[in-house]
Design a protein around this ligand. Structure first.
Ligand code: FE2
Ligand code: FE2
Length: 359
């Protein structure tokens, strides 16, 4: 085993240790056989040196096309995903029981208990599979308010770490995400699950969930930030949100974190009226209209980290070609460079093409 400067790496060398970026995201895992594209990736991430094994493997002349079994398919088949799914089911159920008791019987909401159960999901051994990859495979699975709240709590947990918040703040962000939509349980269920367009009156009732949630949590003497996140997660920095049309500094910073995680989860999940939207399309939507509506520093941090998790992921383009995402354009995060066979497609220069699906 030896440590070599990235510039001296050659295809066929085998990575001897996991390679992480400065924010502790995995870039390459141990035992990966290096290719030109992977060496370029290390360079792009500013990785200066890498531990490699002594032997160099012969690579086939043309590197294999992206995956016969896609990455997400492999995640789905992994024992870690199967156990995540089991725990997820148990947690959604227990969350349901806990919140129903609060809403129906006015029992005391034990935020600590709720939080510690969800934090266990984050700390459980998932091998190299991130929480976001796990959630990506749950997209068609359960669109209940409870599952959505659990997803948003888990996304807030990851997001707060990307923002380099303290451990205490990471926990607060997680709790805010978990409880942001409790008010929806007080809105008639047939309106929440209605597949078609809502009437004005129904929309008004749905919008009340933020205030209803706030009142419910306040009546339980729960931390102010958690109550504020329930009240303000639909507020937008340009004043276009509800219920009060608050702006920038008037919005609790945890509500700003929840707002981004909430929209991301809602759009990338299946709904009764539509299939999940591909994360790169969601990132494109955030890029085109998100910078005024959300806290700029937060939304940029979120998007940059989200796209980084998809480097080396298989994808299908809107013209049907399949390839691998190999380079993120920092000024156009939703339009990376995709390698299709031996062709490099720079989506930043191909306005008519986009990523249709992740594989
Ligand atoms: Fe909401
Ligand atoms: Fe929500």
């Amino acid at each position: 085993m030896k440590r070599l400067p990235t510039l001296q790496l050659v295809p066929g060398m085998v990575v001897a240790d996991d390679v992480m970026n400065p924010s502790h995201q995995l870039i390459l895992s141990r035992d990966t056989v290096l290719t030109d594209a992977l060496i370029m990736k290390l360079d792009l991430y500013g990785v200066l040196t890498v531990h490699v094994k002594d032997e160099i493997l012969a690579l086939p002349d043309s590197q294999p096309a992206p995956t016969e079994t896609s990455y997400f398919e492999r995640v789905k088949q992994s024992p870690q995903f199967r156990s995540f799914k089991k725990v997820y089911d148990v947690e959604v159920d227990s969350f349901k029981g806990m919140i129903n008791n609060v809403v129906e019987k006015n029992t005391r909401l034990d935020v600590k208990e709720l939080l510690s159960r969800s934090l266990m999901m984050v700390t459980d051994d998932r091998g190299h599979i991130s929480i976001l990859d796990m959630l990506h495979n749950m997209r068609e699975y359960d669109d209940s308010t409870f599952a959505h709240c659990l997803n948003v709590g888990l996304i807030c947990n990851v997001f707060a770490r990307w923002l380099q918040l303290s451990e205490e703040e990471v926990e607060m962000a997680t709790a805010c995400g978990l409880l942001h939509d409790v008010g929806k349980l007080l809105v008639p269920r047939d309106i929440i699950t209605k597949p078609g367009k809502l009437t004005d009156l129904e929309y008004y009732q749905v919008k009340k969930h933020s205030f209803e949630g706030y009142q419910l949590l306040m009546s339980q003497n729960i931390d102010r930030h958690i109550c504020n996140a329930a009240l303000m997660h639909h507020e937008r920095c340009d004043g276009s949100g509800y219920p009060q049309g608050l702006k920038d500094n008037e919005i609790d910073r945890y509500a700003k974190i929840v707002a981004i995680a909430d929209v991301y989860d809602a759009m990338t999940s299946a709904r009764v009226y539509r299939a999940p939207i591909c994360p790169f399309k969601v990132i494109g939507i955030f890029e085109s209209e998100g910078l005024q509506r959300y806290d700029v520093a937060y939304v940029l941090c979120f998007l940059e980290n989200i796209v980084d998790t998809y480097i080396q992921n298989g994808c299908r383009l809107s013209d049907g070609r399949e390839g691998t995402i190999i380079f993120i354009n920092k000024s156009k995060l939703s339009r990376p460079v995709v390698r299709c066979g031996n062709v490099y497609v720079n989506l930043a220069e191909e306005p008519d093409l986009c990523i249709e699906a992740l594989l």
